[in-house]
Design a protein around this ligand. Structure first.
Ligand SMILES: C[S@@+](CC[C@H](N)C(=O)[O-])C[C@H]1O[C@@H](n2cnc3c(N)ncnc32)[C@H](O)[C@@H]1O
Length: 220
């Protein structure tokens, strides 16, 4: 995680503070908020909270307390201010959480593809969710045309490195096999529903809509 942590702290946080404003609070983000707020949670936890805007902000406006964590210190500072929560938002990977608190809903949105061991992260998130509580997350489908294209580039980069040609490290390519994810959720006692990004946004372009959103309920 060393280089990755440095990347999120020194490079990605600046990029994201601008990029998240460009994306705005569009139908995709609004749908995530609707799913997270659906069960009327009192307190939620976001893995990879970023600056807290716009998703945490919209939840806060609904009277929900938003806790969370992120690798990037400057993003955490912004999120604390944005969401008026000094205590519950901290710097670090969720895997380092050693407390015993459980939340009504835990979510990880627009961040799973930056997390190398997302299945381990999900197990941790399940352990931090109350019985009959909810999890919401989105992943990038490894078999979508968009991800296939990116995986092809990654293969080419690997070959260039093999030839000794320098290529910058690229983060955010941890794509997920959707069938494997569904089996994993069932095996771990979660009921789920899922929707493609295309269905949510109405964007029919298969090359720019790789995401799949999951809403899960812990059975006990
Ligand atoms: C695209 S941003 C999304 C932020 C926020 N979830 C949102 O939707 O606005 C991805 C965030 O994940 C964070 N991140 C990446 N890997 C992480 C990890 N292992 N643990 C916690 N946060 C992580 C990054 O620092 C970044 O803030």
């Amino acid at each position: 995680m060393g280089n990755e942590s440095e990347y999120f702290n020194k490079v990605y946080d600046k990029f994201w503070s601008v990029q998240s404003r460009r994306y705005g609070y569009a139908p995709y983000e609004q749908n995530l908020v609707r799913l997270i707020a659906k069960s009327n949670p009192g307190k939620v936890f976001e893995v990879g909270i970023g600056t807290g805007w716009p998703i945490g902000t919209a939840l806060k406006e609904k009277g929900i307390v938003v806790d969370g964590c992120d690798l990037a210190e400057s993003s955490v500072m912004s999120a604390r201010k944005e969401l008026g929560n000094e205590e519950g938002i901290w710097v670090g990977d969720v895997m380092s959480y050693r407390g015993s608190e459980q939340w009504d809903t835990i979510y990880c949105v627009r961040a799973s593809w930056y997390i190398p061991d997302f299945y381990d992260t999900l197990l941790k998130m399940i352990s931090m969710t109350k019985s009959r509580g909810y999890l919401v997350f989105d992943v990038m489908d490894e078999n979508s045309p968009c991800c296939l294209k990116i995986r092809w580039s990654a293969l080419k980069e690997k070959y260039y490195r093999f030839l000794g040609i320098h290529v910058n490290e690229v983060y955010g390519r941890h794509f997920i096999n959707i069938s494997k994810m569904k089996k994993f959720l069932k095996k771990n006692g979660l009921d789920y529903q899922c929707w493609s990004e295309r269905k949510i946004t109405g964007n029919k372009d298969r090359c720019s809509t790789p995401k799949v959103v999951f809403l899960c309920r812990k059975e006990n």
